[in-house]
Design a protein around this ligand. Structure first.
Ligand code: BGC
Length: 775
């Protein structure tokens, strides 16, 4: 665990330059705006340890699968998010020497991520080998107002010399992926153009043929000088730089403004890319850096108004939750149904930037409560549009009659992960897709979605489950063989309790929805049944039989659900008995040893209890929690948050708080020693869940919001904003009680500790404290 950053409510602050931690810091200080983003690489040349990363949402490469022995059904490719053209670069030469912090003595280094206003700032003094010193202050951001653009203001001052400064802002498309199966480069150049102070390069991805035009405009301001005079373009393959030579005087600040745009063929016709890039860059350059930044701050203020969580009395926790919310909104804004949320967002290449079940299981609750319903609807539509591919995917594996298996990992609906135990077996993701539909309808009340899109997806999923189970003559029950549950430290297990439970729930929910649609909109139902060639009676008869006759493994003596058949045969040694040197297991143990052990990577049975908690009595939840948590190593970032929520539900204040800190500062403190690769974006939504669903106890029941807040002992108070059915609510919990504020013009009913409160538009109501505070 690292303790690298200063604690501040709104900022992440790094003081002093430590090259050994540079990749870690590059991840933490990443910027994005939902359409594109990059790691916090330096503008000037840096030849030390760095992972360069610029990413454009929705642009990927289909890298041919690499396995030792091909087996039928394997996905043809592993999708890779592409490191795209680097537009932030500004090469600086001082006389003949390149400004490169790797070769300089660096002092007064300070890097700040300003989350309130949405920008990154870096300042330092660099001494070259010959003793010449410059001070630099660089500020940059990705605009959430003009979401194809970013801007940089780079100020450089010679401190103890006069000399030529050669300043070359550039676009460099000659980039490679760290994560490439065959070490290939993925981009080729299509065209380039430059004029006075602008340059544009269009690059095309091999195989997938996406085109992205990256453009820049440069403006250099030197006190007393008229403008950009002695400039020339330097051109190489996939590279354009605009070189300006200036006589720099001691103590005189030179400011470089650089605007960048990325226009992608995912949203713009290919023949218009350069024209749109030109128009976009003209627009932002005409506004100028300062105005863009003001607009950025205003736009972020609005986002914070809707989604902020305020924690008083614990700045460490405050900083952490804001960091999580900030990174989520930098990654996904919900404007475009073609886009989704990669586990690393725009901060690294791991997981290929592709969509995982993380979106439905973790991100949906966050976006439901902090953004317009349109945002989650777009996430749902993304899967709806991929239903055809999910049916093809299932057909490849031998299923028929419209059975749909959504991929574990995807860019365009096709499965694109390369491990068979995940692609073929980790089928619980199908349940997450169904649960997200339920969650969305439950939260928003948008039943039209269910009728127009949701049920179609549910029927495909139900058809899959009904074929994936098989009847066991021996048990006289349905079983589900050869699966991987959320705990990826077990593969090819029989009867994973979570998967069996989720499958049955999907069947029940689909049956219920069919009943509802038939009654409410019979003509819509008839048309859908015809479209899907749905033979209701035989199909639903089998579904009902599965619902009634499913087998669920249990350990009767202990009174717990069993993760899978045979789990108790494993040697039962608790995590606390593991030597420190063996952790994390995935870095220290062979895979074989992990698979044979009882250790659990992430919530599995507990994931199911989290989803369906209302079905289980508190003592059942407690027994399962007390049994499974001590066997869990939390080596997936998705694990601590579920445990935080359940611990909070059980009134285990200290454990809940411990899990909260672990999930919320996972990247800031680098708990799993892997933040170098990028941030754990999807688990950040879990952090939000642990405050709102954990400490706030928020649940939706029968179309109403319910809360059972309690205050972690370290906190003076915490409050969060929630958007619920057009109402904007703030729930503040402090030692003095709970205050409910309805900040909208819509009346709303809220339940706190089981009592209903009708909040008039604009009203504030104090609610008496409850015994729950005693936890
Ligand atoms: C987890 C998966 C998750 C993936 C991406 C893995 O480590 O086990 O559940 O989908 O990371 O976040």
């Amino acid at each position: 665990m690292k303790d690298r950053f200063k604690i501040d409510e709104w900022q992440i602050i790094e003081e002093g330059f430590d090259p050994t931690l540079n990749k870690f810091a590059e991840s933490v200080f990443s910027l994005g705006n939902g359409r594109m983003g990059h790691r916090a690489n330096f503008e000037e040349t840096y030849s030390g340890n760095t992972l360069q990363g610029n990413y454009v949402a929705g642009v990927y490469y289909t890298d041919k699968t690499r396995v030792g022995w091909w087996k039928n059904g394997y996905p043809e490719y592993a999708a890779k998010v592409l490191n795209a053209a680097n537009w932030i670069g500004i090469d600086i030469k001082i006389g003949a020497a390149t400004l490169d912090l790797h070769y300089c003595k660096v002092t007064a280094f300070r890097r700040v991520l300003n989350m309130q206003e949405g920008y990154l700032e870096r300042s330092f003094i660099a001494a070259l080998k010959d003793g010449r010193q410059v001070s630099v202050n660089a500020r940059r951001f990705y605009s959430i107002v003009d979401d194809v653009a970013g801007a940089i203001r780079y100020r450089i001052t010679p401190l103890n010399f006069e000399d030529n400064l050669v300043i070359t802002p550039f676009i460099d498309g000659d980039v490679s992926n760290q994560d490439a199966n065959y070490g290939e480069k993925f981009w080729e150049e299509v065209s380039r153009e430059s004029d006075n102070d602008r340059a544009f390069i269009t690059l095309r991805t091999r195989k997938t043929n996406f085109e992205v035009c990256t453009g820049m405009q440069v403006n250099i301001v030197q006190p007393g000088e008229a403008g950009n005079t002695a400039s020339r373009f330097i051109e190489k393959e996939k590279f354009i730089g605009r070189e300006t030579t200036l006589w720099a005087k001691k103590g005189e600040e030179i400011t470089i403004y650089k605007y960048g745009v990325n226009i992608s063929s995912a949203n713009t016709p290919k023949e218009e890319l350069t024209a749109v890039a030109k128009a976009s860059i003209n627009k932002v350059a005409a506004k100028g850096f300062e105005q863009m930044l003001e607009e950025q701050a205003r736009a972020w203020a609005q986002k914070w108004k809707e989604s902020d969580i305020v924690i008083e009395g614990d700045v460490t926790a405050q900083q952490a939750i804001r960091f999580n919310i900030f990174q989520l909104y930098q990654t996904y804004t919900g404007e475009d149904p073609q886009l989704n949320i990669g586990p690393k967002g725009f901060t690294g290449e791991k997981y290929g930037g592709a969509t995982h079940w993380d979106t439905e299981a973790y991100c949906v609750p966050f976006y439901l409560a902090t953004a317009s319903p349109k945002v989650t609807r777009n996430l749902l539509l993304y899967r709806y549009h991929q239903l055809g591919k999910a049916i093809e995917n299932a057909a490849k594996l031998g299923f028929d009659n419209g059975a749909a298996l959504f991929p574990m990992v995807t860019m365009n609906g096709e499965e694109c992960h390369n491990e068979w135990e995940i692609t073929f077996e980790e089928i619980h993701r199908n349940g997450a897709v169904a649960f997200a539909i339920y969650n969305y309808v439950r939260y928003t009340g948008d039943q039209d979605y269910l009728a127009a899109y949701g049920l179609e997806v549910l029927i495909g999923i139900a058809r899959f489950w009904s074929q994936r189970v098989n009847w066991s003559e021996q048990r006289n029950q349905y079983v589900m063989l050869g699966v991987t549950g959320p705990n990826e430290y077990e593969n090819n297990v029989n009867n994973n309790w979570y998967t069996n439970t989720l499958a049955v729930w999907c069947l029940e929910y689909t049956l219920e929805t069919i009943g509802w649609l038939k009654q409410q909109r019979p003509e819509v139902y008839v048309a859908l049944a015809e479209k899907l060639r749905f033979h209701e009676v035989p199909e639903t008869t089998k579904w009902k039989h599965i619902v009634e006759q499913m087998y669920y493994p249990e350990e009767a003596t202990l009174g717990v659900f069993l993760q899978q058949d045979g789990y108790m045969d494993k040697e039962q040694v608790l995590v606390k008995a593991l030597p420190e040197k063996d952790r994390p297991l995935n870095q220290q143990w062979s895979w074989d040893r992990i698979l044979r052990s009882c250790y659990i990577k992430q919530a599995d049975v507990l994931q199911g209890i989290y989803l369906f908690e209302e079905k289980y009595a508190e003592d059942v939840i407690r027994r399962n929690f007390d049994f499974y948590e001590p066997r869990t190593v939390h080596e997936s970032s998705l694990s601590p948050c579920i445990h935080a929520i359940l611990a909070a539900k059980l009134g285990e204040e200290q454990r809940a708080y411990g899990f909260y800190l672990r999930t919320s500062r996972l990247d800031l403190d680098d708990y799993n020693n892997d933040t170098d690769d990028g941030l754990h974006i999807t688990s950040m939504a879990g952090t939000w869940m642990s405050v709102v669903e954990g400490f706030g106890g928020m649940r939706v029941r029968n179309g109403d919001l319910h809360f059972t807040p309690f205050l972690p002992v370290k906190w003076e108070s915490f409050s969060f904003n929630i958007l619920f059915r057009e109402a904007v609510l703030n729930i503040k919990t402090s030692k003095n009680g709970v205050v409910l504020s309805n900040r909208s013009d819509k009346e709303v009913c809220i339940h706190v500790y089981g009592n209903a409160y009708h909040l008039k538009a604009g009203s504030v109501q104090k609610v008496a404290t409850d015994v729950s505070f005693a936890h």
